[in-house]
Design a protein around this ligand. Structure first.
Ligand code: ZN
Length: 387
C-alpha cells in the first residue's frame, strides 16, 4: 500500500482521544509483523489504549526515532461536508479527521516499511506511536517512562506533527492544575467564624496574575507569536448563596512557558504562596482548611540547538530545506528531548488545518514526506554516522 491508501485505512479508525486506539494499534502490529518486524506495546493503565514501539535494524546503536500520535481530536459540533472517518479525495487534497494531525505522517512511515525491512540498515530506525497526545501527551509520558530503562536509546527523534515539512526547533511547554480551596461555611452575618474559600481562591488568582506581569518583563523571546511565558485561569466555581460564607472554591489554571524558562520554579512559587502564606492564615481560623493542587496535564517545551545533529540529519533527507518558526502548539518532542533524544518537529500538512472541520493534507505534502522517509532509509543503510 502507498501512503495515500494507508492514510485512508488510518482515518477509518475513530481514534478520538480517550477512546480505545487498540484496533488501529492491531492494524499497525500486523503490518509490522508482515515485514518480520517485532514491536512492543506500552499500554495505558486500564489497558484500553497502547503506545507501540519497534526497532528496525541493529539494536545496539542509537539511530533515529520516527514518532507520531495515533489519537485525533473530536469532530463533535464541527460542520464537516463529508464523513470525517472516510477519506475523501478532492483533486489535490486528502480530507478526513487526522489527515494532517497526524495520520498523514504515520501513513508515510508505514509506506516505507517494505523498504526498511528489505535493507540491511547500519543505523536503526525506531517507530514510536503514542495514544492520547491531544489531551496532554498522556500516552507518550508512559512510553518515555518505559524507555528510561532501555540500554540503548534513539539518538535522534523526528516528531511528525504538521509543519508543512519545515523543520521546527521550538515550542512552549505547558502545565495545568485544578486547585481546590476548602474553607468553612457559616451565615454571612457572622463571617468571622467562617473561612471564605472564594476569597482565598481570589487571592491566589491575583498572585498568579501578578507573576504573569513580572515574568512577562523578565524573559522575552520574539521567535514566538506570544513572546513570553503566559499564565491563565480558565474557570472558577464556588459558593452557593450570597448569605452563606462559601466553604469551597475550585479553579483551573495553566502556565505556557518559554522552554528557556524554569517551569518548576514558577509552579513552586505558586504552591509556596498557597501553603506558606494563605494556608496558615486560613488554618488559624479553621484547622480543616486546605488548598489542594491536582495536576491535569504537563509537557515540557522544546528548544533544540540549530547546530545539533538532528538538524544536520533532517536537512540531508528532507526535500524541504527550511527551518520553520517556533510553534505555539505543544508536542511530544520536549518529552523525548528530555530523555536525551535530540528531537525536532517535521511533518506533512499544516497546523492551520488541524482540529478543524474538513481537515486535509495535500498530496504534494504527503509525497514530500514519502521522499524524506525514502531518503532516510538510504542514509541508514549507507552510514552508521548517527549510531
Ligand atoms: Zn498532533
Amino acid at each position: 500500500m502507498n501512503s495515500e491508501q494507508l492514510l485512508a485505512r488510518l482515518i477509518a479508525f475513530d481514534t478520538t482521544s480517550t477512546r480505545s486506539n487498540l484496533e488501529l494499534i492491531d492494524f499497525l502490529r500486523n503490518l509490522l509483523d508482515d515485514h518480520g518486524i517485532e514491536s512492543q506495546l506500552v499500554p495505558s493503565e486500564d489497558n484500553t489504549r497502547a503506545n507501540l514501539y519497534a526497532t528496525i535494524g541493529p539494536d545496539d546503536v542509537g539511530g533515529i526515532m520516527l514518532s507520531g500520535h495515533t489519537d485525533v481530536v473530536p469532530t463533535t459540533g464541527q460542520d464537516w461536508h463529508s464523513d470525517p472517518y472516510r477519506m475523501k479525495t478532492e483533486d489535490k487534497l486528502l480530507l478526513g479527521r487526522g489527515a494532517c494531525d497526524m495520520k498523514g505522517f504515520i501513513a508515510c512511515v508505514l509506506a516505507g516499511l517494505p523498504q526498511m525491512a528489505a535493507e540491511r540498515l547500519q543505523t536503526p530506525i525506531h517507530l514510536a506511536f503514542s495514544y492520547d497526545e491531544e489531551i496532554g501527551c498522556v500516552g507518550a509520558r508512559r512510553l518515555v517512562e518505559s524507555m528510561t530503562a532501555f540500554e540503548v536509546k534513539p539518538r535522534l527523534g523526528l516528531i511528525g506533527e504538521p509543519t508543512s515539512m519545515n523543520m521546527v526547533l521550538g515550542h512552549k511547554g505547558k502545565v495545568s492544575f485544578r486547585v481546590t480551596v476548602k474553607g468553612l461555611s457559616c451565615h454571612s452575618a457572622y463571617i468571622s467564624s467562617g473561612v471564605n474559600a472564594v476569597e482565598y481562591a481570589a487571592e491566589l488568582i491575583a498572585f498568579i496574575r501578578g507573576m504573569n506581569r513580572r515574568v512577562r518583563e523578565q524573559l522575552v523571546d520574539d521567535s514566538y507569536t506570544v513572546p513570553h511565558t503566559t499564565f491563565h485561569v480558565g474557570n472558577i466555581n464556588g459558593g452557593t448563596a450570597l448569605n452563606i460564607v462559601p466553604q469551597q472554591c475550585q479553579f483551573e489554571f495553566e502556565i505556557r512557558n518559554l522552554p528557556q524558562q524554569d517551569l518548576d520554579a514558577l509552579v513552586h512559587e505558586i504552591r509556596h504562596y498557597a501553603s506558606d502564606v494563605l494556608l496558615p492564615d486560613m488554618r488559624s481560623r479553621h484547622p480543616g482548611s486546605d488548598i489542594h493542587f491536582d495536576e491535569i496535564s504537563y509537557y515540557p517545551g522544546l528548544h533544540t540547538d540549530p547546530a545539533s545533529a538532528v538538524i544536520a540529519c533532517t536537512r540531508a533527507i528532507n526535500p524541504i530545506d527550511e527551518i520553520g518558526d517556533n510553534v505555539s502548539f505543544g508536542t511530544e518532542a520536549g518529552l523525548f528531548d528530555g530523555l536525551g533524544i535530540n528531537s525536532l518537529i517535521c511533518g506533512p500538512g499544516s497546523i492551520e488545518q488541524a482540529h478543524k472541520p474538513d481537515e486535509f493534507v495535500s498530496r504534494e505534502q504527503l509525497r514530500h514526506c514519502d521522499t524524506m522517509i525514502e531518503n532516510l532509509v538510504h542514509r541508514c543503510r549507507e552510514t552508521a554516522e548517527f549510531g
